[in-house]
Every structure is written in C-alpha cells, then in structure tokens.
Design a protein. Structure first.
Lengths: 375, 413, 375, 413
C-alpha cells in the first residue's frame, strides 16, 4: 500500500493551484461566465499546453498516460477554483469515448485537436425520460444509403454551444432500455437538422437542449461497432463520476475553509462566531464529512483499474457519500455564513451551487445506493 | 420544576379530545371555498399554479379582495377590522387559502406593523395607518437587521437623534425584503447609546419618500432581487412617528418576533406543496414506470409527511393555548424551527424529484416569460426555490437563535 | 376542535401521578421486579379499586366507558413512573379481546374478575417466525370430540407466569399468513400440555416462551366465531400500540426532565454541563422530539374512533415517530449523563431500557413506515 | 492557514496510489492465517463464535500464544519485542485476527502502560515491567477518571503525598475496567495542588495488593460487572513507581489518549460483525422470505458499510501519516468518533434485526450457561451488547471532548 503522490503528480497539483490563484480570481471567473461561450478559450489552450487536457490519454493517442489518480489530482484542484472550463464533458466523456472507440482517422481528426485545445467536443446522451439510466435511449439512428439519419432529443448537453462536434448516442436496435443496440456517432454541430436551445445552468455553466430532426450524417460518423456503444458510455461516465467527485472534494474542502475563516471574523454578541461551541461542533462535523469523502475518493481512484465489481462498488460508495456530504457541507456552510451566505456577492454560494448540481450529476445518492445494493 | 415550566408551556391544560369539525365549522369551510372559487382572479391563479412570480399589483389585488370581504386582518381585534374567528375557523381559513394556492400576502403591514400600531401606537398613528394597511394603500417593509447585527439584533447602530420635532436618522438596514416596492418602513433605531444595549432602542415609522432614504438591491444566490440595503443619510422623521416611548423598541421587537414565529411555519402551504410533489412523482418517468415506484424516494416523502403532521398538531396545540388566554411565547420558537426545516427539506425533495431538469438556471424573468420552459413546467421553479429557501432558517431569528431561546426560556438553561 | 381534558380525566391523571410519587419509588419498583411475579399484586388491586383497570370497558361489561383519550392519560402517566404491572397485556390486549368477543358467560368468568384485579389474563400470539405480522400463525387448533386440541409455540408472552388464563391465537384453517382462519381460545394456565419457560426481559418485565403440546380444551374455550379472530387481534394490538406510545411519551418527558436536572447539577471544566451551548442545543432537539411525539399521540388518540384508514394512518405515524424519537431521546439522554448514564444505579438507564423495548413492540419504525406507505 | 493545518494533518503528503498487496504481503497474510488456524484454541473459538463471555484465563491463554510467536506487541520497538512490521502488515494482521474472531486482548498493559514505560520509564521500571507485560504475568488496569472528573480529566483529586520514600495515596478512581481481575493499576494522581491544574499531575504505578486499595463493583445497565470504583486509603507506593518526573503526568496522559484514539475505532471487528449481520439477515424469517428481502433494513446496512469503508480508509491514511514519521495527533480524534458511531449504530441494527428476541434479559451467566438460549443463538448477546456499547461514545474521552479537540487543535477554533 502506498499513499503518496509521485513527484510529477505533486508538480501537476502545484501548477493547477498556481493557475487558480493567479489566473482565476472571482472577478475573472465572472467575466468568463458572462462571455458567450461561458468560459475562457485562452484558459482552455493553456490547459492544453500544460498537458492537463492530454493527461488521461495514452502516448499513442497523443496524451500523457495519466491514470485515475492524475484525473483526481486535476479535478480536485480545479474544483477548488470552481473552474468552468469544460474538462468533464470534453475530456473525460468525449475524450474517453474517442480514445476507446475512435479509428486512427477519427482520433487524428477529433481526439488530437481536442487534446491540444483546438476543438471542443461534447457528449449528448441524457434524454428527458432517461433520468440516470444510461441504457434508456429513444433517439434513433436509421441506416441510409450513404450513412445514417438521426432523429431524437437530448437534454442537458453541457457546453454544446461551444462545441465543434457532438458525440450522440442513438438506438440502432432493441427496445428503449436495452443495453444492446445503442451506437455512438460523431455529429458536426453545423449539420442540418441539428438545433440547440441554449441556456445557463445554476452552477454557472452552459448547456443545451438538442433536437435532432432528420439529421443526415456520413458512414464514417459511427464510433466503434454498431449496437455496442453501451459499455463505452458506461466506462466514460464512470471516469467522469470519479472526476466530479474529486471536484466535489476540492469544493467541500474550500467551503470548509471559507466557513472557518468567516466564523473567525464575524462577531455576534461580542464574540467571534467561531467561539460558540454549538457552531464549533457543527464545523467539526463538516470536517469529518470532508475527510470521509476524501478517503472514499482516494480509495476509488486506486480501484478504478480493479475488476468491474470492485470498481463499481467503490464508485457507488463514493458518489453516495458525495451526495450525502455535499448536501451536509453545502447547506451547513450557507447556514453558518448567515444572511451573507445567500448573497450572490459572496463566493460561498457559488461553490454551493456547483456542489448541489454535482449531487445529481451521473446519479444521486439514492441511485448509487441502489447500485451498491445490487452489486 | 422543569415539569412545571414545560407543562405550563406545552401541555396546554389538556389534551385534544375532538378533532372533528362541528356542523358550523363545516358550513364555514364551505363558505370559504365558495368565496375563493368565486373571487380568486383566474389570471392570478394561473400564474400561481405555474410558479410565475406575481407582480406587486397582483398581490395588492388579492389583498383588496380579502379586505373587501373583511377577511384580511384575521387576527386583529374585531372592532378594528378583525374577524373574531375561533382557532378552528382560522385553521380552516388558512388551509383553504393554501389549498387553493392563493397569493401569500406580505406580512409586514397586516401581521406586523398593524398589531404594533394598534397595541402600542398613538391615536393619531392608529387613525392614519390602520385603514391604509387594511386597504393596501401603504406597503410596509421591515428595518431590523443591520450589516453588523444579524442574529445579535440588539447590537444595532442606526442612530436617531432628536432635534426639535424630528429625529435625524443615520445608518443602514439590510435584508429588507421588497423595500424596492415599499412606501413605508418600520425601523428599530438607537435613540440612546449609553446603558444596556437593549434599552436605547426605539421603534420608528419612516416614509420611504423622505429625502435621504436610499434603497440598493442585494442579489441572492437564486439570482433574484428580493432583499435590499436601505441607507439613511440625515433622514428627518417627525417625532410623532415614534411608536410608544423612546427606549421601548426592544419590547416591541420581542412582541413582534413571537408573533412572527407562529406564522412562519407555513404549515398549510407545506401540505399543499407536499401533495403537489406526490402528484409530480406520477408524472416523472423512470424506466417503465414513474418516480412513484421508487420506494427509497417515496419513503423520504412519507417521513416528511409524518413530520409535517407532527408540526401541524404542535401548531394547533400552541394556538389552542393562545386562544385559552396566552399569547405566543418562547415555545413558538419550536414552530419556527420545525416549519423551516420542513420547508427546506421539501424544497430539496423537489430538486431530487426533477433530476437533471433542476439544473437550468431560471431567473424570475425566465419564469415570467411566455417562452416555453426547459423541461417540464413543474421543474423550472424548483431549484430557485431550493436556493431561495436557504434563507428561511436564517431570517426571523436564525434557527440557532431559536434554539438559544428555547434553551433559556423553556428549558431554563 | 377541543384540546382539553375533561375534569374526570384531569382527576384520573392526578391520581396516577400521586400513586407514582407515593407508592412507586425506585426502591419499591426494584422490590416488585425481584418478586416472583415481577410486579406487586397489591398495586394491581389498587388499580382495580381506583377504576383504572376498568377504564377502557363499557358499563355493561363492568367498566367505566373510557375512550382512547383515557387510555392515553393512564398509560402516559404510568409511563412516567415506569410501572411494571401488566396493564398492557392484561387490560389492553386480553381485556379488549374479551370485551369484543366474549360471551356473557366468558365475560362473567374472565373479564369481570380481570377488571376487579382478581385475575390476570395474558395474550399469546407472537411466534418465532412471525416478526410483526399479526396474520402469521402456525400454532394449530384441531377440533376434537369435546373441544379442541392445541399444538404450537408462542414467543414473548408477557407476564404469562403470573396469569391464571391465557388467550391463545391458533390456526383453524388457511395457510401460515392468511388473515382468515385464525381463532382465539381461552386456555387455563394449568391445563396439561401447557408449558412455560419463564425469563426476565430487558425492561424489567417478565415473559415466557409457551409450548402447547396436545393441549385439550373444552368447546366453550373458543372466543367469538371460528376462523374470524384476526380483526379482533388487529384492533386489540392497535389499542395496545396507542397505549405503549403514550407510555413512551411519558417516559421521554421524564427522561428529558432527568437529563435537564443532571446537566444543571453536574460540573465539568468549572461550568455546569447545562451551560455548554453544544449540549443546550442537543437538549432542545430532545425537547422538540418530545413535542412532536406528544402531538402525534394527541392526534392519534383523537382519531382512534375514526374510519379505519385514518386510524391506521395515525397509528403508523405515531409508532414510527415513537421509534425515531425513542431512539433519539433514549440514546442522547444516556450520552448526556456521561458515565453515570450507563450505571444500573441511576434511574435513567431503566427508562432507557423500557423505551428501547417499546421501539420494537408491535412493530418498529420501518414496519410502521411501510404500513403508512401502503395506506 | 487552515489549509496548512489541515493539509499537514490529513493530506499526508499524498494520495493512495496502490491498494493491492505486494507478493510479500500476500505471503504474510497466508502466514498469519495459517498461524491462526493452527494455534487458535478450539474451545476459545467456540465461545467467541457463540458470544459466550471469556474468562480471564481464556484471554491470557491467547495472549501467551501470540507472545510466544512474537506477535503480541505489534507496535513496540523491535528491540523490546515489537514486530517491525509495515503498516500494511499491521493492517493485514489486525484484519486476520478480527476475521477469525480471536479474543480482544486487554489494551491496558501492552498498548498503554507498556508504551508509557518504555518511553518515559526508568531502567528499573523497564526491566521489571516490560517482560511481565509481554508474558501476561501482570494484568493492568487504568486509574484515570474520578467521580468528580469525567470529561474534565485534569480536575482529578486523588492525592499522592510524598513522605520519605513513599507516596501516600488517598482518593478514588471510577470506571476502572476489569479492576477486579487486575494485578496493578497505573494512575494519574495529584502531587501538587497549587498552580494550573494540569501541572500538578503525576503518573504512578500501583500494586493492587498494597494495603488500602479496595475495589467495588459498578453494575452497568446491561447487568454486567465490567467496571469498578477503586478506593485508595492511605496507600503507600514506593517513590520508584513514579513514571517520569513529578508533574509530568499530564503529558503522559495526552500521549496515551492519542494512542488510545486510533485503536479505539475497531475497524477490523466492525467489518467482521457487519458481515455477520448480513449473514444473520438470511436466517431471520419474515413472511415467505427472510429479512434480507427487506429493502429498508438492508439499505441501512449498506449505508453503514459505506460509512465503515470511509472510516477504514481514513484510518489507513492516518496510519500512513504516522509511518511517515508522525505520531497520532489530534486528528486521530476523528477515528474515535467515527469508530464509536459505527459500533453503536451497528449494535442497534443487530437489535432491530432480531426483533422480539432482543427482549429477553441475558446476563453474562445466562450467556455462559449450557442451557439453550431463548430464541436463536445469535439473538441472545445482541441487546446486552447494544446497552453495553452506550459506553463507547463516553469513555476514552467522550465524543464531545473529541469534537472539542478537533475544533481546537485541527480547525484552530
């Protein structure tokens, strides 16, 4: 058993922290959010040049051979800065799918420019009725003479408006909830019949509802084998789940830190808030929630390459805990900030909103507890 | 000894013997229902049912409808426009209003400033203000909290110096709900800086149009402008706007806080919202079925419903004690805690229910617009509500303060 | 709506409180527990002469026409004194069954002497496999020439060793868990083939495992109609559930009172425990648990005569809450007493143990939450 | 700043990279298993598996078996009889012992008094005591708490007055676990009543056979005699039994409390017991099926298991930090809280699982007797265990005290 970061991981962590401190003040962030794309393209290119975008990919794919621990290091530290750049949808989801299934040509055209920061690609798979079930897919792909015709509707496609290309899951055979029969396609965002309804999300991100109406795409849009997309989707969501859990741990640590600072400053009844024992004990509980989450994160990162059952069990434990601790730390931090906690001006509320969306993303606590029970 | 305290406070000389409505009560219930059916404007109802924020005009319209019927100032003395209803009738009335999802009226005039004025005010104040409150001609807001004094209300610093026949007011108030729409503000101000901090506080009525009053919005995490900072820069307020004596403000504040705590639980609305959530679970598809088949989720809903029932009967027991001659004392703090816990937990269950469709950021303008919403209609207001409702455990005396109050005044700690 | 006790109920409450204070010190109680029967027969006769035993029965049956509110008043106040006399098994269970089903002769022979305090009758219905399911009954009654033959096993029969007579549920038709087919029989404790294994229970009570081996009983032992015992059992358990919930409310109020007293006395770090804010807030939570339980108790008592669904829903709410609050107040009271809380010498632990058994009796919180969901 | 503290304390310079056991670790695991298989006396195993209380002789027998193998004082320095194992080996060893359900050894000698003596003791004390501790010749008990000083340990009053070459000890200790079986007691005593209360405390070793020492049982709510009062009436203790300097007792106490906190979590046993409960759910009939089909119950078990996993990895992270040169600091308080919470919650789930068969009152004698038990064998020890385990959140520094420690020393409050 070894609990230490490699020297490289330590450097990676330091460089992200430096970036967050120097380039990502709250005012900067607000500007990025208010821009059309909802994030800063310069940052994204910086991420590419620093190697963060290529981290999870093999050297053959143009990456840096990073493992789950590296993904954890990146996401936990991006989380502390409440970074809105699309690392999860583009790198952890679409990137992972491209690396798994892409042909040489597809990798050259899509994965490589994504890793260098030139191309943003998002993954459209949620549907209004699917909730957290990855095999629930009604969007249809029908074979045509020279390719496929896509028809359907996808919900909450993150950063779609800033994406050059979308990866879309569609049913090519089977029934609504069958795992078998789902295929994955590369769809240029400008294709006729692709329409987006864009909106902001509560955590400062951008997302879109995607309508696909008689969208004609060429044969070489297919990623991997027909009907066999499910396990790749499942694996990509697993990696993204690890990623957002690490992000949540970064956020929770930061929220605890901000709450401690606030209570050490704010006075009521001629005492610092931090001197009230009832509040002290609640901050200890927040601290314990953080430590439990961190412990399961560390375990899960180490088990991502284990057998499927161990990995799935670790992920279910982790995401369940993040949902639980995210609610606890999130709500308590706001409460301990008092009235100031609910103002848009204070940072704490923005961390809270991101943490709150993470509770739902890729399945809430109940969903993962059920997963755990079924393993 | 504890026994005495607790039994005095909460055993209410007895035990609920009969929960059924009498024939008269049933007739009254029917009367209220019929009145609402015939008088609740359909355009307001539609907005309410779709979670579209109401305008000030909407709210005032409903206010006037109730006032015209004589059903506005339910708790006021009959001779001043009150209803003289029994607690059962009040209970029925509140439940019917909530079940019909009628607008929540601003409490600042009718429930807060009104009772202060008819209890402590001068004849002049009564004559001028009470009719205007009833008629909705003056909208009130509340000037209590200050940037430096949150839970520690008595540490407030806004100063009112008497100069001739005016007080010159300087300072700032915060968290002032809907000050941007208000005509008048009732304020706690410091008229004396020496002595115990509670003793130098006075209760002052201030016209918001007086020169030197400035309102600045505070945007909250749900993106709305509901609360404000209110600044006072050499604002001259006639001495006749003082309620009670100088230095009597803290007693009025305590009187008001206790009043505020009972209503704050919001039990009737909670019942309506919980029923609505049950209904929504049948509309949310999950696999072959709906969210209603999810035993884990439904079990949380059931637990909440039981907790709500417990809160409802705790409120009824408190009201019965009040009607038996008491007035809401420190034990009403328990209702504030229970009610706001329920409101927050329920708002979280709504978020959980709608899944990903809680994530689109719906501003007040989005909700009010004619454009179709992202996702199902019921999903859109859910996250703003969850975020906005973080406030309920903080305002009206934070739940930590309520626990301190119970510890001290009820448990004798 | 009326929230007040009648004058009679007020007097009843006062008289029980006086009895508890004067006749039921902890030393007295210990003596009663250590006696063979496990309670004091003099007390029982006093209960009879004061009318407490006859309270729930109609005047025709020799009772006082009391309703659920009277049962509540009695049990809540007996609970404060941690009374071990068998009010629940004998009066609320067996008495209720006899009043519902007994023939005139049976009432004369059993109910009347029970009400006067001369006879103790217990009810044997739990079986090792039945858990909380009242229709799960394997004990068999077979018709014989001159009556019935009973064979089977009953668990946790309260106060059986002190009972003259047992009411036994037995299957006369149908399958293990059918509601239809359960009949009720009066069985003299001395009948051949009836054997008891007696033991103490954790809450200071006495109970027995009952073996019925080829027990021959006469025709007139049958209570009510053949195969139709279930609804009577169900109703009796409902009344007993209200009873033990009221008892629990009495206990919880007393535990809160004792905890307040203890923390106001005990000093640590030069302060009374009651001055530590973290502990104060926890005692407030205990107080709120008590108030919520009391509110549901009051509601339930008032709804016992409503239609079945309302009554069942009220009971399920109440017993769920008692399980929840019983655990909370019970465990917190011990914790707030510190080391003293776990000593046999302090009273608090004995209240805790009774409260802990009530959490299970007639179904725990999970069971009643499931009931609630099914209504 | 908080960042620094927390990261110093809990990030442990890094992140778990590899949880798989090396080949050497796997061989070690096999070695431990084989050893247990061949050396765990079957009569003790049987008692353990049936929840029959062990006698002192049983415990000492297993103690000696481990010591003969050199596996008793796992954490001691190698030259004094320790094992020199890596944290992975220690982890494996503790898990294998727990999985095999071997007896819990008393911590007072090997884990507490031993480390104090080899860290702070005189050569004479080391020579005399360490071999006897290892060999199980002397059973120790702990004299810390007093009737007036529970959580506020430093307020202790038992006085030791130096008179020539003896200390004359007067006072009383309470909650002394298994004092009735102990040969010696290590005590915190007051040698100086002036100055700060922590400063006048000394650490003294006392032979229980010394005239004036009297042990009186305290019966706990589970009906057992596990703890005692120990009275000292003019007990003469040789000055050579003082450990360290006069007034150094409080430092030793803090050293010990931190040590105690890590072991107290009892993670390996929790894992075994949770597995056992899962197994029991299949044996408890409910209707046509078993308790295993009860989703509500099983869900509580799953939640507890996840919490246990989180505690396990928190402990591993703490141990890794220790092996990297630290020693258990205030952050080990978190393990005490998590571990005891889990122990109590699990004991409650056992009670819930067995339903009515938790109600028979099983004394130690009942459990040890040959008579068949009331209900299933696994049900009998469940309630005594639940009741007895109320203590774990109280002893070893109550969980409230642990929260104070974390607030102060880790969060800087």
């Amino acid at each position: 058993m070894d609990f230490s970061l490699t020297e490289e991981q330590q450097l990676l962590q330091d460089s992200i922290n430096q970036f967050v401190e120097r380039e990502y003040t709250f005012d900067d962030r607000k500007k990025f959010l208010d821009s059309e794309k909802g994030f800063n393209e310069e940052n994204w290119k910086t991420f590419g040049s620093l190697g963060w975008l290529g981290m999870p990919f093999s050297e053959e794919d143009g990456g840096y051979n990073g493992g789950p621990v590296d993904v954890m290091v990146i996401m936990e530290n991006l989380g502390k800065g409440l970074i809105v750049e699309p690392y999860v949808p583009s790198i952890l989801l679409s990137g992972k799918i491209l690396a798994d299934l892409g042909s040489d040509e597809q990798k050259t055209n899509y994965l490589h420019p994504m890793i260098s920061g030139e191309k943003i690609i998002t993954f459209a798979y949620i549907e209004p009725q699917s909730r957290f079930n990855l095999s629930d897919c009604l969007t249809k792909a029908t074979a045509s003479d020279d390719g496929f015709i896509l028809d359907g509707y996808k919900a909450l496609v993150h950063n779609a408006s800033a994406s050059d290309t979308l990866i879309v899951s569609a049913r090519t055979s089977g029934n609504q909830c069958d795992e078998k029969g789902i295929s994955l396609f590369l769809v240029d965002a400008n294709t006729k019949g692709v329409s987006l309804r864009n909106y902001s999300t509560i955590d400062g991100g951008k997302a879109s509802e995607l309508t696909l109406e008689n969208v004609s795409i060429p044969k070489n849009s297919l990623l991997g084998a027909m009907d066999e997309g499910f396990s790749t989707i499942d694996n990509a969501i697993d990696l993204a789940t690890l990623g957002i859990c690490a992000e949540a741990v970064g956020i929770m640590g930061k929220m605890n830190e901000m709450t401690l600072e606030y209570t050490k400053t704010r006075e009521q009844f001629e005492q610092k808030l931090s001197q009230f024992q009832a509040l002290q004990h609640r901050m200890v509980d927040n601290f314990m929630h953080y430590e439990q989450s961190k412990s399961l994160l560390v375990m899960c990162a180490a088990k991502m390459n284990d057998n499927t059952e161990d990995k799935k069990k670790a992920l279910a434990s982790l995401k369940y805990q993040i949902g639980l601790s995210g609610k606890h730390i999130g709500e308590e931090s706001i409460q301990l900030h008092g009235g100031m906690g609910v103002t848009d001006e204070m940072h704490i509320g923005h961390y809270f909103k991101r943490l709150t969306t993470i509770r739902t993303l890729y399945g809430n606590s109940d969903y993962h507890l059920s997963n755990y029970a079924s393993l | 000894m504890y026994n005495d305290v607790v039994y005095f406070a909460l055993n209410y000389r007895g035990v609920l013997m009969n929960l059924s409505f009498s024939k008269e009560d049933q007739e009254f219930q029917q009367e209220v229902r019929t009145f609402i059916e015939n008088n609740y404007p359909s355009e307001i109802k539609e907005k309410q049912d779709q979670g579209i924020p109401l305008s000030k005009e909407d709210t005032i319209k409903w206010h006037k409808i109730l006032n015209d019927k004589g059903w506005l100032a339910v708790n006021w003395p009959e001779e001043l426009g009150g209803t003289g209803w029994t607690i059962t009738q009040k209970h029925i009335f509140q439940n019917e209003l909530a079940a019909a999802n009628t607008p929540t009226l601003m409490p600042f005039g009718v429930n807060m400033c009104g009772p202060v004025i008819y209890t402590f005010g001068s004849d002049e104040q009564k004559e001028f203000h009470l009719p205007k409150i009833l008629n909705g001609d003056i909208w009130w807001c509340q000037g209590y909290s200050e940037p430096g004094s949150g839970s520690d209300l008595a540490s407030l610093k806004t100063k009112a110096e008497k100069k001739g026949d005016v007080y010159v007011v300087n300072g700032a108030k915060t968290w002032t709900t809907l000050a941007q729409h208000a005509d008048w503000i009732f304020c706690l101000v410091r008229t004396d800086g020496s002595g115990k901090k509670q003793e130098g506080i006075s209760f002052l009525l201030i016209d918001m149009k007086t020169p030197g009053v400035e309102v600045k919005p505070i945007i909250t995490i749900d993106g709305t402008h509901e609360v404000n900072m209110v600044y006072f820069d050499n604002v001259e307020v006639p001495v006749s706007n003082l309620v009670g004596e100088e230095g009597f403000g803290w007693s009025i504040a305590k009187f008001l806080l206790a009043h505020e705590r009972t209503g704050i639980a919001g039990i009737p609305s909670l019942k309506r919202e919980l029923d609505r959530l049950r209904d929504i679970t049948t509309q949310i598809q999950v696999g072959e079925g709906s969210l209603k088949d999810d035993a884990m989720f439904m079990s949380k809903l059931d637990k909440l419903e039981i907790k709500l029932t417990a809160a409802e009967y705790t409120e009824l027991r408190t009201l019965a004690a009040m009607s038996a001659g008491g007035h809401p004392g420190p034990e009403s703090s328990i209702l504030k805690i229970l009610g706001t816990d329920l409101q927050q937990e329920l708002s979280d269950l709504f978020v959980e229910a709608v899944g990903y469709y809680a994530h689109p950021f719906m501003t007040e303008e989005d909700l009010a617009s004619n454009e179709s919403r992202i996702g199902p209609d019921f999903a859109a207001p859910v996250m703003p509500h969850y975020l906005n409702y973080r406030k309920v455990s903080i305002y009206g005396g934070s739940n930590e303060i309520q626990r301190n109050v119970i510890a001290k005044a009820v448990l004798g700690l």
